[in-house]
Design a protein around this ligand. Structure first.
Ligand SMILES: O=C(O)CCC(=O)C1=CC=C[C@@H](O)[C@@H]1C(=O)O
Ligand SMILES: [Mg+2]
Length: 345
């Protein structure tokens, strides 16, 4: 199909001054704008973090403007193109389709506590005013179980409801030992790497198990539920391919759901918050307060107030902390490869 410039072109974005673009582009996917249309309004940002999180101190992201707003493409740099292509689908959905209808206007969020020493916990929690649930990272490489126990204890002094996330780092015996040592928690997210191990831990421990990587990195995201391996599904909009994908998964999984960020900038966070606002049922706080972990965001971050954030559309700041030309070229190449993958799906 050839898209001509102007009104009949479903992907054409008027410039800031209202003129239609002058390109002629080819695309065979009605839902996917041609790659040059995406890149025409794209910028790559490098955002400094206030606290190292998941080994990241500078969060790079590509953001682009579409017909319905802004989208984000920010797969973690180590992800391969097949996995990263889901993130592009999510960004395109946000920018060209916009959010699904909301059923609530506030979304409760948890405080997110990176694997910091216990004496830094108070400073982190102060960034999440009103949060009644905290998610604490545990099992960080190079740290001990005692570090986790102390960090969680320091959090509990301020916020009694604690969930922990081991990112699949424990084997089954270590998970059972660590969960017993850490004590009462709302749930344990991804204690072990595999679905089989999650099911084994779940059979032994008396606390609910949440699956994150076992859903977003699985070939079949429904397997974890079929294997009775989890009580709660942690769903992330960008890695799972978009807001509507997450809503469909929520229906198919038949588990309690928590929507969590993928260390989204304010643009990606707008999509994540919109997905949470559109869920028919939401019984748990969501991991959508991570904007406060950024030193600088692309627009005012979704800062929790009274423990919640509100869905809204984002207009990025005029002046952004742009990535270097080399990094920008790297992201453009990556987006082109991911776009080619989406063309085959
Ligand atoms: O859920 C939260 O409170 C914040 C988001 C969060 O923890 C994560 C975001 C991005 C990458 C992950 O390592 C991490 C997670 O594993 O859930
Ligand atoms: Mg997780």
């Amino acid at each position: 199909m050839v898209y001509q410039p102007g009104a009949n072109n479903p992907f054409a974005i008027p410039s800031k001054h209202g003129e239609m673009p002058t390109f002629v582009v080819r695309s065979s996917k009605p839902q996917l704008p041609p790659v040059d249309v995406i890149l025409e309004h794209a910028q790559v940002v490098a955002l400094p973090m206030r606290t190292r999180f998941r080994g990241i101190t500078i969060r790079e992201a590509m953001i682009f403007r579409g017909l319905k707003g802004w989208g984000e493409f920010a797969p973690f740099v180590e992800y391969d193109d097949v996995e990263a292509a889901n993130w592009l689908a999510a960004g395109v959905e946000a920018a060209w389709q916009g959010p699904p209808p909301a059923v609530r206007d506030t979304v409760p969020v948890n405080a997110t506590v990176p694997a910091v020493p216990a004496d830094q916990v108070g400073e982190i929690l102060a960034r999440f005013p009103g949060a009644t649930t905290a998610k604490v990272k545990v099992a960080e490489p190079g740290q001990s179980l005692d570090d986790d126990v102390q960090r969680v204890a320091a959090v509990r002094e301020v916020i009694p409801t604690v969930r922990i996330d081991a990112n699949g780092a424990w084997d089954v015996p270590t998970a059972i030992e660590a969960i017993a040592a850490i004590g009462d928690v709302e749930y344990v997210e991804q204690p072990c790497a595999t679905i089989k191990e999650l099911a084994a831990v779940r059979r032994v421990v008396g606390v609910p198990i949440a699956a994150d990587e076992s859903i977003r990195k699985a070939e079949d995201p429904l397997l974890v539920a079929q294997a009775d391996a989890a009580d709660i599904a942690v769903l992330k909009v960008a890695p799972l391919g978009g807001m509507r994908k997450v809503l469909a998964l929520n229906t198919a999984l038949k588990l309690d759901v928590v929507i969590s960020s993928a260390l989204d900038t304010a643009v990606g966070m707008a999509a994540s918050v919109s997905a949470a606002a559109a869920l028919p049922m939401l019984d748990h706080a969501c991991g959508l307060g991570t904007g406060v972990l950024f030193e600088r965001d692309v627009a005012p971050s979704f800062v929790p107030r009274h423990g919640s954030v509100r869905p809204r559309l984002i207009q990025p700041d005029d002046e952004l902390p742009l990535a270097s030309p080399e990094r920008t070229a790297w992201w453009e190449d990556r987006l082109r490869r991911c776009h080619a993958i989406l063309m085959t799906r």
